[in-house]
Design a protein around this ligand. Structure first.
Ligand SMILES: Nc1ncnc2c1ncn2[C@@H]1O[C@H](COP(=O)(O)OP(=O)(O)OP(=O)(O)O)[C@@H](O)[C@H]1O
Ligand SMILES: [Mg+2]
Length: 420
């Protein structure tokens, strides 16, 4: 429990007072966008950063938030936009070290090491930038409030002041927020409803890739995401994610299968691996999944037992998505089943096969969305055969897919027959 001292309601989170306006007299906004030169990044913002929008970027400590924003600042500055980067956590010397690493050059890029909110806003008003970055919202404090930086009232006040500054001068503003898995979500989470765009920057500690995804966007869809790799020169967009996640795939090993899934709006090929081994815990075998929904996998195993006559009661089953990815789409069902059966029967799934399809409770394979995108992704990476829902095949009849062999299946029995 944390004590929060009640403060005088200093500023309500709202626009300045105004009068009712006729709809047709409202000026249209939200059309002007500034783009970054990292092509993969623009779709996440719905096609570039809208002028005057307030963006919250959350992520775990050390994930690369400052790096990303510094790279974006560099891009904006090189396009001639005036950028003010406020660093509340690091000294200018530290920022310089990162800047050198990222190859920062001249440009209209200003830095300010300051934690007092009022002073930050007054500097910003004098400088009048087009882009303002506040790193981080937990590090700054308003002298109007007596609570310490990072408390909910301070974090809200910071967002509030930046919000008004952004809307008044049409300044695209970014707030960086720290979020930890365990719980201290309260600060930045409480800002989500106030800002225009909420992005989360995620990654696995042991992997070099990072995912930036939109959780909310008032100017575009939230289905888009961008993949990056963290390296010595900063974040680099991964332009071919499928190849990235498949590059260490074992060949000639049972239990591994490639699925074609949709992440955001883009297709992605990923490897599902299963390990089936006799259990030491009779009557209570282990079921472990990493990167897949545990309950869905349990259901799929039950379907296989019922429809194919296999018994898993004496087997521990481990299922993993390679590379630390997480897949949350029913279209991966058939892949899960194929990998488990492959390992159980010790039969290798040919290397050039890709599968996708949702599996229903009676073992039927159901159509999924965007079959063409999934097939094309497989084709472009040199796969030769796709095993997919029969119901999706008719959508692909008119397409030119002569390079790849499409096999439709109505149920899991048929699909496993084709695969093996
Ligand atoms: N020379 C380097 N080569 C490769 N990666 C590096 C190098 N220097 C730093 N990094 C990576 O950059 C990460 C830190 O990036 P950054 O400071 O942008 O993160 P952040 O999210 O802003 O962290 P904080 O929570 O401290 O503000 C490190 O965790 C590390 O993975
Ligand atoms: Mg940082």
């Amino acid at each position: 429990m944390v004590e929060e001292v009640e403060e005088e309601a200093s500023a309500e989170f709202s626009f300045p007072p105004s009068d009712p306006v006729l709809y047709k007299d409202i000026k249209e906004a939200g059309k002007e966008r500034i783009k970054t030169s990292i092509e993969e990044l623009n779709p996440v913002f719905g096609g570039g950063v809208v002028l005057g929008s307030l963006v919250l970027i959350g992520g775990e400590p050390g994930i690369g938030k400052s790096t990303l924003l510094l790279q974006m600042s560099r891009d904006f500055a090189l396009q001639g936009e005036k950028v003010l980067y406020v660093s509340g956590e690091e000294s200018l010397e530290q920022v310089k070290i990162r800047g050198e690493r990222l190859g920062l050059r001249n440009g209209n890029l200003y830095f300010l090491a300051e934690t007092n909110l009022e002073r930050i806003i007054s500097h910003a008003e004098k400088l009048n930038p087009r882009v303002l970055i506040l790193d981080s919202v937990q590090a700054v404090f308003s002298s109007k409030l007596s609570s310490s930086p990072g408390t909910i009232s301070q974090v809200r006040e910071a967002a509030n002041q930046v919000f008004r500054f952004a809307k008044k001068g049409q300044v695209s503003s970014f707030l960086i927020g720290h979020i930890t898995k365990e719980g201290s979500l309260a600060g930045p989470k409480s800002l989500e409803h106030m800002v225009d765009v909420v992005l989360y920057f995620e990654g696995e500690r042991d992997h070099s890739y990072r995912v930036l995804r939109a959780l909310k966007n008032r100017f575009g869809p939230v289905s888009e995401l961008a993949l990056f790799e963290m390296g010595a020169k900063g974040l680099k967009a991964i332009s071919n994610p499928s190849a990235f996640f498949l590059k260490e795939r074992p060949t000639e090993e049972a239990g591994s299968v490639v699925v074609s899934t949709i992440k955001g709006s883009r297709p992605l090929l990923a490897e599902i691996q299963a390990l089936v081994s006799s259990t030491l815990f009779a009557g209570n075998p282990r079921r472990m999944t990493i990167g897949l929904d545990h309950f869905r996998v349990a259901m799929l195993l039950a379907i296989v037992e019922k429809k194919m006559g296999f018994s898993f009661s004496g087997e521990d089953i481990y299922i993993n998505v390679a590379g630390g990815l997480s897949l949350d789409e029913p279209a991966t069902d058939l892949g899960v089943i194929a990998s488990v059966v492959s390992c159980l029967k010790n039969r290798v799934i040919p290397q050039d096969v890709v599968v996708f399809g949702e599996v229903g409770l009676s073992g039927e394979i159901r159509s999924v969305s965007q079959p063409l995108a999934r097939v094309k992704e497989a084709e472009s990476l040199g796969f030769k055969t796709v095993i997919m829902p029969q119901g999706n095949l008719s959508h692909l009849e008119k397409e030119d897919l002569s390079e790849i062999n499409l096999q439709g299946a109505k149920n899991i029995k048929q699909a496993l027959g084709i695969i093996f």
